[in-house]
Design a protein around this ligand. Structure first.
Ligand SMILES: *Cc1c(COP(=O)(O)O)cnc(C)c1O
Length: 422
């Protein structure tokens, strides 16, 4: 396989052999030691205790709180449920300011609670929510601010805490990508009123399915624990509205297993990230979104953008890469405001998010984490280099073969109505 010097017909999209024989996923779930997992599952098995404040869940909660340096960690069934519980227990209503350039779960949680999402633009350099734009969106209806720590790169925590304090608006962070990452030397988890983690299998640290809320407020933590278990405070006493958002002991077993070797996984992920960084350093058409090496990082997401001068579009690049078994993803795309139910909102309610629109067209993620090796990262970069070098010819050949330029119009681009129809 010659990655550096390919002719157009060598590309798998045109019938050549894929550069990689097996699929390289962007976030292939990693796992720790099987023996550890078996031992924990065996504990649950022997105790016949599979849920409801089991010993594995309680142990994992205290280990995670310790690791993140935060007073309270409340484990739940998934990150989406975690966000729902926080919104309920903080009594959030009205409008919530959040990025469109994030995962759709939070906007849907808001809408299903009768809260209106107000989409905020991002800082084009980092993809994180813009604190300056957020301030301009605050009204007397603003009930909370929910920035995301995108791709594990912390957002501008100081600026958001400042706004939150000055305006008296609750601040919740979507920390789904941010496990074990720090801001100003302090681990993500203790900022704002609460932070919400996802421990889904594709996240850097995972429990198969799972999530957590971390907070410094003990009273809030108590209420969250109660609410995740139907509101029960005793065998038959219910103190308030609750739901079922408990973490099972099997998930906690996975979490304890993965936590044991998490540092090794991060070290390997860092090597992969550094291989990408070095291999892409001289490529003027590609920018890797950097990790700040002064901070603690999980090095999980390899996120990139293509420059405006790049001779081939992001969508054509990902189409070609995917045929080569490099399952690059447009992440996030196209932005929550271009998904339902927001897409069908009247024109007058469509938000103006120029930086979000721009990055959604040029950014993508590549396979990272400990399931990849620095050698593979290097090969992926050689392939990418070659695709860009031949960008104009590849684009032409794709069109000639009838492979359409994917999504030249984003979903929701309003097509002007012909005169006769009005
Ligand atoms: C994964 C993710 C979520 C949702 O978490 P689940 O555990 O899948 O419910 C929320 N926000 C972001 C940014 C995510 O990446």
């Amino acid at each position: 396989m010659n990655l550096a010097d390919r002719s157009l017909n060598d590309y798998a999209v045109f019938g050549g052999q894929p550069a990689f024989t097996s699929a390289l996923h962007v976030n292939k779930p990693w796992v720790g030691r099987k023996q550890t997992f078996d031992a924990h599952v065996n504990t649950a098995w022997e105790n016949r205790w599979f849920s409801n404040e089991g010993s594995l869940q309680r142990t994992l909660e205290s280990k995670l709180a310790q690791r993140l340096g935060v007073r309270n960690c409340v484990l739940v069934s998934n990150g989406t449920a975690a966000m729902g519980l926080v919104l309920a227990e903080l009594g959030i209503s009205g409008e919530v300011i959040l990025p469109s350039f994030t995962f759709i779960s939070t906007p849907h949680q808001l809408v299903s609670r009768g809260i209106r999402p107000v989409y905020c633009d991002i800082d084009p350099a980092t993809g994180n929510m813009s604190a300056a734009h957020c301030e301009r969106l605050i009204t007397d209806k603003t009930g909370a601010i929910i920035p995301t720590h995108l791709w594990g790169r912390a957002c501008d925590v100081d600026a958001f805490e400042h706004v939150s304090r000055r305006r008296g608006i609750p601040l919740i962070f979507d920390a789904a990508h941010g496990f074990d990452c720090s801001y100003g030397g302090r681990k993500i988890g203790g900022f704002g009123n609460a932070e919400v983690f996802s421990f889904h299998a594709t996240k850097s640290f995972h429990t198969a399915e799972g999530g957590a809320i971390t907070c410094t407020d003990d009273d809030l933590a108590d209420r969250l624990r109660r609410a995740r278990n139907f509101g029960f405070v005793g065998p038959d006493r219910v103190a308030g509205v609750g739901t079922n958002a408990k973490m099972s002991e099997l998930s906690a077993a996975m979490g304890l297993t993965n936590l044991e070797s998490f540092d090794d996984a991060v070290a390997q992920s860092r090597d992969v990230y550094l291989a990408y960084r070095d291999a892409l350093a001289d490529n003027p058409n590609v920018s890797l979104i950097p990790f700040n090496e002064q901070e603690s990082n999980n090095f999980w997401y390899i996120a990139l953008t293509l420059s405006p001068s790049c001779p081939i579009s992001r969508d054509d690049v990902t189409t070609i890469l995917r045929a080569e078994n490099v399952l690059a993803r447009r992440y996030f795309y196209p932005g929550c405001h271009r998904m339902e139910p927001f897409l069908s909102a009247p024109d007058a309610q469509q938000p103006d998010l120029p930086a979000t629109e721009q990055i959604a067209k040029v950014c993508f993620t590549l396979p990272g984490g400990p399931e990849v090796t620095p050698q593979i990262a290097h090969e992926v970069c050689m392939l990418l280099d070659n695709i860009i070098k031949n960008g104009a010819r590849l684009t032409q050949k794709l069109r000639a073969q009838g492979i359409p330029a994917a999504d030249t119009a984003l979903p929701g681009d309003r097509v002007p109505k012909p005169e006769s129809m009005t």
